[in-house]
Ligand binder design. Structure first.
Ligand code: FAD
Length: 464
């Protein structure tokens, strides 16, 4: 592949040797993203170390007529951080996190991973509510919303954004907050990477202590009954309790009965974030009416909880994800879910679900771009496999699993779990009114759609 040619500026000089081109030693390492399905060849990888460098790269790319993609942690299932023949703005070097424990504020670089954030905050007994796998990028997660263990108790990651340093499409560096560029600040909280490159996230923190954590496993034959009991429990659970479930192949852990190991099973997991002594009593009703076939009880630090899922979705495997919100998990949708569990085509795949609401739904709908706050459940059919020859089989299972739930879907979908926008575009994620406001904001900050390698919001085209 040919290096981009500039008449005026040598692109290698932009970043003091941190620009990578095809053939450079680190090029193949840095162009890879988490989902091994995406094997794309950018024209250049710009390993930026400051907002000023991001600005210089954006100005240069535009002057060259080159498209741009932005890489935070590289975890987006659609692989939007990398695009063929585009300039990849790689933020991995911008991963420093500073904490003010008195003000309970963290300032994190735009390329920080959740583990960078957790490492800096938990030493002070603090955390920002965020996702459940520590190698996920804070950038994409926050800009799309950010569900996690603390979401019912305190809200989404984007609800904890106090300010953002943003490099706009024209290279200008601005701060978006409730006191400046308020429209941009609104759009950054749920509108994804459409509006600029965020080089600093200022986040409000919460106090966290030990987490009481219990998981029950059920044979698939008992899953419908257990799900019905869970649905009754979920709506009543206190805000300090967060519960999640999964239909997936049971591992070979000692606490899982031998007869279930290696077979699809239902897992229900509870995390208690209130006073430790109250945890077991609060969780008990979840497992009382339909006792699990095996159970694991533990008390974890918040940092250990955050790393618990790190090994089950390794970088480089092939993934296809389809997700939806669900209104109901009583008998008929529960049966559809279990049926999809029976049909799983790969032992690495899973159907994950959780009950939401709580503080997520308490934030007024117009306050941020994040949509669908009142949705009760989110369900994700996450197909995972390693052999490229099986791509269509597993992707098809994921699509079918979610399609099975159509009668009970709440509408919309979570932008960060969308892999395939070919058929529906992004309007349905937000609804017409919210999409229109996002598109108007996009027209103001990125009228030429420089930031288009994402779940894209098109600028409103001015009428002539
Ligand atoms: C294993 C795994 C676990 C996950 N768990 C959760 C979870 O618990 N909760 C949840 O809500 N989501 C979760 N997600 C989804 C996650 O929120 C998205 O994949 C998100 O896009 C990841 O962000 P990233 O920075 O790693 O992505 P990238 O692939 O680097 O970026 C995705 C897009 O975000 C934009 N972007 C990223 N950083 C910036 C920035 N600093 N400035 C401007 N634009 C930027 C760009 O448009 C880019 O195209 C998970 C994903 C994976 C793979």
């Amino acid at each position: 592949m040919r290096e981009p040619q500039s008449k005026s500026i040598d692109p290698r000089s932009l970043l003091g040797g941190r620009a990578l081109f095809p053939g450079d030693e680190q090029y193949d390492v840095r162009r890879r993203v988490w989902n091994g399905m995406h094997d794309r060849q950018p024209a250049m990888i710009a390993r930026c170390g400051s907002a000023a460098e991001v600005s210089a790269v954006l100005r240069w790319a535009r002057s060259e007529g080159l498209a741009v993609s932005v890489r935070g942690g590289g975890h987006n299932v659609a692989g939007s951080a990398v695009a063929d023949n585009a300039v990849m703005v790689d933020l991995a070097l911008l991963n420093a996190v500073g904490v003010d424990p008195v003000a309970m504020i963290a300032v994190a670089g735009g390329g920080a991973l959740l583990r960078d954030l957790d490492a800096a905050t938990t030493t002070h007994g603090l955390a920002c509510p965020a996702g459940v796998v520590s190698h996920t990028g804070l950038g994409g997660l926050t800009l799309g919303g950010g569900y996690g263990w603390l979401a019912r108790k305190w809200g989404l990651t984007c609800d904890h954004l106090a300010a953002a340093e943003v490099v706009l499409a024209d290279g200008a560096i601005v701060e978006a907050s409730p006191d400046g560029h308020e429209d941009l600040f609104w759009a950054l909280r749920g509108g994804g990477g459409n509006f600029g490159v965020v080089t600093k996230f200022t986040l409000r923190l919460r106090k966290v202590g030990p987490v009481v954590h219990q998981t029950g496993v059920y044979a698939l034959a008992r899953a419908a009954e257990a799900l019905a009991a869970y649905a009754g429990f979920a709506e009543q659970q206190p805000l300090d309790l967060h519960t999640v479930g999964a239909l997936k192949t049971a591992g070979h852990h000692r606490w899982i009965p031998e007869r279930l190991r290696g077979k699809p099973a239902l897992f229900l997991t509870a995390g208690w974030f209130g006073p430790e002594a109250d945890g077991p009593g609060a969780i008990a009703p979840l497992f009382r009416s339909v006792p699990p076939d095996g159970r694991l009880d533990q008390v974890l630090s918040y940092a250990d909880l955050q790393a618990l899922g790190d090994c089950s979705e390794p970088a480089g495997n092939r993934y296809f994800t389809k997700s939806c919100y669900l209104s109901d998990l009583t008998s008929a949708p529960a049966a559809a879910l279990v049926e999809a569990g029976h049909e799983i085509t790969s032992p690495l795949s899973s159907i994950d679900f959780e009950f939401l609401r709580g503080a997520i739904a308490d934030v007024p709908d117009a306050e941020s771009a994040f949509p669908n706050r009142s949705a009760p459940y989110i369900v994700t059919a996450s197909a995972q496999w390693t052999d490229a020859g099986e791509d269509e089989t597993h992707a098809q299972w994921s699509r079918q699993a979610v399609d099975r739930l159509s009668p009970w879907q709440h509408g919309g979908a979570y932008v960060n779990y969308v892999q395939d926008v070919r058929h529906q575009g992004t309007t349905h994620l937000y609804g017409d009114n919210r999409y229109h406001r996002l598109a108007t904001t996009k027209s103001c900050y990125d009228p030429e759609n420089v930031f288009r390698h994402n779940q894209n919001i098109s600028p409103v085209v001015a009428a002539h």
